[in-house]
Design a protein around this ligand. Structure first.
Ligand code: 1HE
Length: 266
C-alpha cells in the first residue's frame, strides 16, 4: 500500500471510492474552510501523491455552507508574519495548487456558498468547477488591505481576463449564477447539489484511460505556458505517446468493428 493510502489528515476528509474516484472534503466548516498553513500542507501532500496512489478523478468538496473563505485571516493576523515568511507561505500555496493543476488527475470542484479570495484561487486550480444556486465568487483582498497570493493573477485572469480580474480586486465585485458561468468562473451551474453533479462528472472522467487523463490534466496546462511553436511540438509528442498506448487499442478496435459508441447530440 502506498504512503498516500495510509496518510491521515486533520483538515481534509478523504473518501477513496472503489472506482478510483476520491472525494476530498475541506473540513474546517466552523472556520468556513479558511486555509491555514496546516491545511495547505495537507493539500500539497494529498495532491502530490494522488496520481501514484491510483486516484482516477478527485472531487474537491467542502463541509458546511461555504466552499472556502480563503486565507485564514485570524492565523495571519496572530502570526504577524514578516515579508519573507509570507513569501514562503505563498510558495506553499503555489505548490499545492500546482500539484492540483499539473498532477495528472482530473480535479472537479463542487462549489457552494463563498468561493472567495484564496478560495477562488483554490477553485481555479481545479480542472472543472460546478456551482450551485448558493455559490458566489469574489476577491475581497483589496478591501482588507491585502493582495492575492495564491495564483489569482494567473488562473483567475485565465478564466475571466485581466480587466475583470482587476475590477474584482479593486471593487470586491461579486459574481454568481449564470453570469459567473458565462464569464468562465465555473463550467456548470446546477439547481441541485454541486457535489452530486461533480461526482457524476468525476465518474465519467474516471472511465478515461489514466494516461489520457494524465496528458489532459498536465499537458494542456504546460502547453499554455509555451510558445505556440513549442506547444505544437509538445502536443505532437504527447499524442505520440498517448495515442499509441496499448490500452487504447481495445477502444479503437471497438470503433473499427462498429461495437464502440458513436458520438450523437442526444
Ligand atoms: C475565518 C475566515 C477567514 C471565516 N479566516 N477565519 N477572504 C475573506 O475576506 C472572507 C472572510 N470571511 C467572510 O467574509 C465570511 O466569514 C464568510 C462570508 C465566508 C462567511 O460568513 P458567515 O457569516 O457564515 O461566518 P462568520 O461569522 O464571518 O465566520 C464564522 C467563523 O469562521 C468565525 O470564526 P469564530 O471562531 O469567530 O466562530 C470567523 O472568524 C471564521 N472565518 N472566514 C479565518 N478567511 C495567499 S493570499 C490569499 C488572500 C486571501 O484569501 S484574503 C481572505 C479573503
Amino acid at each position: 500500500m502506498s504512503k498516500t493510502m495510509t496518510d491521515t489528515y486533520e483538515n481534509l476528509l478523504v473518501d477513496r471510492q472503489p472506482d478510483g474516484v476520491w472525494v476530498v472534503t475541506l473540513s474546517r466548516p466552523a472556520k468556513r474552510n479558511a486555509l491555514d498553513a496546516a491545511t495547505i500542507e495537507e493539500l500539497v501532500r494529498l495532491f502530490s501523491g494522488a496520481q501514484v496512489a491510483g486516484a482516477r478523478a478527485i472531487v474537491l468538496a467542502a463541509a458546511g455552507d461555504h466552499f472556502c473563505a480563503g486565507l485564514d485571516l485570524v492565523e495571519h493576523h496572530r502570526a504577524d508574519r514578516t515579508p519573507a515568511e509570507f513569501w514562503q507561505i505563498c510558495l506553499r500555496w503555489h505548490e499545492a495548487f500546482n500539484k492540483m493543476e499539473y498532477g495528472g488527475v482530473p480535479v472537479i470542484a463542487a462549489l457552494k456558498g463563498a468561493v472567495v479570495g484564496g478560495g477562488l484561487e483554490l477553485a481555479s486550480a481545479a480542472h472543472i468547477r460546478v456551482a450551485d444556486a448558493t455559490t458566489y465568487f469574489a476577491l475581497p483582498e483589496g478591501q482588507r488591505g491585502l493582495f492575492t497570493g495564491g495564483g489569482a493573477t494567473i488562473r483567475v485572469a485565465d478564466l475571466i481576463g485581466k480587466s475583470r480580474l482587476v475590477d474584482m480586486m479593486l471593487t470586491g465585485r461579486v459574481y454568481k449564477g449564470q453570469e459567473a458561468v458565462d464569464l468562465g468562473l465555473a463550467q456548470y451551474l446546477t439547481d441541485g447539489s454541486s457535489l452530486e453533479q461533480a461526482l457524476a462528472i468525476a465518474r465519467r472522467c474516471a472511465q478515461n484511460l489514466p494516461l489520457t487523463n494524465f496528458a489532459i490534466c498536465s499537458g494542456v496546462s504546460h502547453m499554455q505556458n509555451m510558445s505556440s511553436l513549442d506547444a505544437a511540438y509538445a502536443e505532437a509528442c504527447i499524442a505520440g505517446v498517448v495515442n499509441t498506448q496499448a490500452a487504447a487499442r481495445e477502444r479503437l478496435a471497438a470503433f473499427a468493428d462498429k461495437s464502440g459508441p458513436r458520438i450523437r447530440s442526444e
